[in-house]
Write a protein that binds this ligand. Sequence first.
Ligand code: GLU
Length: 558
Amino acid sequence: MKASMRSLMICICIVLHVVSPCHAKDGAVEARNGMVVCVSPAAADVGVAILKKGGTAVDATVAVALAMAVTYPPAGNIGGGGFMLVYLGGNEKPIVFEYRETAPKAVNRESFVNEKSPHTHKAVGVPGTVRGMELAHKKFGKLPWKDVVMPAVKLAEEGFPLTDSMARSLNGMLKATKENAEFQRCFGKADGSPWKVGDILVQKDLGKTLRAIAVEGPNAFYTGLLAELLEKEMKTGGGFITKDDLAGYKANERVPIHGSYRGHDVYGASPPSSGGTCLVQMLNIMENFDVKKHERYSPETIHLMAEASRRAFCDRARWLGDPDFTKIPDHLATKEYAKKLAQGIDLKHATKSESLADDIPLGKDGDSTTHFSIIDSKGMAVSNTYTLENSYGSRVVVKGAGYLLNNEMFDFNWKPGVTTRTGGIGTKPNEIAPGKRMLSSQSPTIIAKDGKPLLITGSPGSRTIINTVFGIVVSVVDYGMDVQSAVDAPRMHHQWFPDEIRFEGVKEYPDLVKKLKEMGHKVEYSKQGDGHSIWIDPKTGTYRGAADKRIDGKAAGY
Ligand code: GLU
């Protein structure tokens, strides 16, 4: 290359570095002014466009959440619910916008004892997403509501190109729902052939629904024509939800769980999610040990993490549920309690899960969510996890409205009294009651240092969510791993019952697995989570977005 050409290239690179995102050495995307990281590339672009227009991180969150209701139907939704954690930094109080689904009025604690399929109208909880977005937008939005909803309308009406993983996911679900005419009509390809990468998915009915929400506001969903359509769908399919349930739905502002970990602040989702409480309890237990003495994937560290999880998950079953219905003790996330639990850990041998719960009788036995992280130019950070419960939820599409409904009722302890060694939980705090919110594991999390956000993270994956977040936090805080490596690193999970460690890295770490087995752990392979995260460099303020490529994903910044 000629010298003049080389200088020109260098100049272009410098300019690009200043005004646009670039890839850091570790594969994360770097940007200075705003960052959106989520599973859907099209939705990530929507979020960045909103930030560029001067929208806040909450404006971008609403836009991304509604866009993903179009571009990521396995979990993006308006027919489900979730948790949004907002951190403003300095002395401002962080807030959780909780928009978890509720049990319809017509159910009781026994309503699901004999239910066999999670894919029915009965399984649907009263959706919370639209009210949740409205509540957060009223408090922290700057752009008009319509402006943040319209990008989703456009994606639905004009269509968007399917990624390879989205095409494969739809093809799989279309095969599994042959009898479901509305699903086939809304998500099938016109000529009946399988979807391919780059095909355009248009969703006309969903476009109309979102347009009504954009123009008339959220009431269109809860009290307007859309409420009529949902009630009609429920009546046709034998579900429980009525217009009255919808009209009565409220999202809540809640105080986040706040803990600390080795000099960092930890903020997480409060009940009705178990995420924040369990995560802080697990980190508090870890603080009693000098984990850095051992490598990240040493038997010592993985053993400790498993033992901390085992204890937190046992307490989850024992105590946690909707705080408006059940009294949750104050000690769970305290340092003193964690110290007591830590003293019970044998450093060389696995504890038997059964030994932790004499008070919970054990009987015989007879996912999908998505997380995204956003930060704006002023440092407002949002960690949002929302869900339909299973992939594509109940698989019920509201006729004429084009959106999928959740099957969140199965997050309740639907078999009262039946707690099993395979993971069924039947304890009282999370039994079904009309109007009650089912216990969640969603764990939108923000780690802060000196009043500034350092890490925004979270994941899907049912109960494994908590351990995915736990692993990322330990990797970043204890081991100083860069955010992309922390997201990519193998994950482990222990949830009390089944009494086993699930581990992504069984092939890469055969000696570790051998050692864990010698300590008395059962170890199984399992793929886990989808933790789209952002790390904020405390020295330079640069944002580093790490998309998790286990499914799909994009970090988009500017
Ligand atoms: N519904 C689950 C919860 O709220 C999440 C489901 C999943 O991520 O697979 O805990």
